[in-house]
Design a protein around this ligand. Structure first.
Ligand SMILES: [Ca+2]
Length: 205
């Protein structure tokens, strides 16, 4: 009899867990969908001074080249990589723009690294402030994005010494999936009810 009683209580416990899952969802219930990126459109600059505050590179330099770079969610350029575009490895900068199509609402992680300063903008709003004269340092941020097309822009400058620019972002958007929580929660509730019915206490005669 004690065994049956414990099993019945276990059914109630399973039922409660199922109801909680139904109410709050599951942290592991998520989906991933691939992003689509256009090629980067880049304007290259020779700069006259190292900007202490975040300003468009064209306010401290002169455009010397316009190119595209392949659409890439992950790239790193350093020192000699810049010379073909600017004719120099120092006192240079760039402003690069692209569009990203996000197929569903969700979270995306960005990382921007630079020597010297850089900034990342999403739809015109600053997301990562990595500005200043400094050795290479990466900075990252996770951002919630709505489904649709979003604009990304990078501003970067190199004054003296070594020069690096790196960019990384998730290639997939991670979305929480409420349906998953409901299906799993519903299944747990049914399992709890089944246990309660099968192991229900018998009435004394
Ligand atoms: Ca430098």
């Amino acid at each position: 009899m004690i065994y049956l009683k414990k099993t019945f209580l276990m059914g109630i416990l399973i039922l409660v867990v199922g109801l909680i899952v139904l109410a709050v969802g599951l942290p592991i219930g998520y989906s991933e969908a691939p992003l689509e990126m256009s090629e980067w459109r880049v304007t290259w600059f020779r700069i006259f001074s190292a900007p202490t505050e975040i300003v468009p590179i064209d306010t401290v330099g002169i455009a010397v080249n316009e190119t595209t770079l392949p659409a890439s969610f992950d790239f790193i350029m350093s020192d000699l990589d810049f010379a073909p575009y600017t004719g120099s490895m120092d006192e240079i900068g760039l402003m690069a723009k692209t569009e990203v199509y996000v197929p569903s609402d969700g979270k995306v992680r960005f990382e921007l690294g630079s020597d010297d300063g850089s900034a990342l903008f999403l739809d015109g709003e600053i997301v990562i402030d990595n500005w200043g004269l400094h050795a290479y340092q990466p900075m990252s941020k996770v951002v919630s994005l709505e489904k649709g097309v979003h604009t990304l822009e990078i501003w970067w400058f190199e004054w003296h010494g070594s020069a690096v620019l790196s960019f990384k972002m998730d290639e997939k958007v991670t979305s929480s999936d409420p349906l998953y929580g409901r299906v799993v929660g519903g299944a747990i509730v049914i399992a709890g009810l089944a246990v309660m019915i099968v192991f229900r206490p018998e009435r004394k005669k």
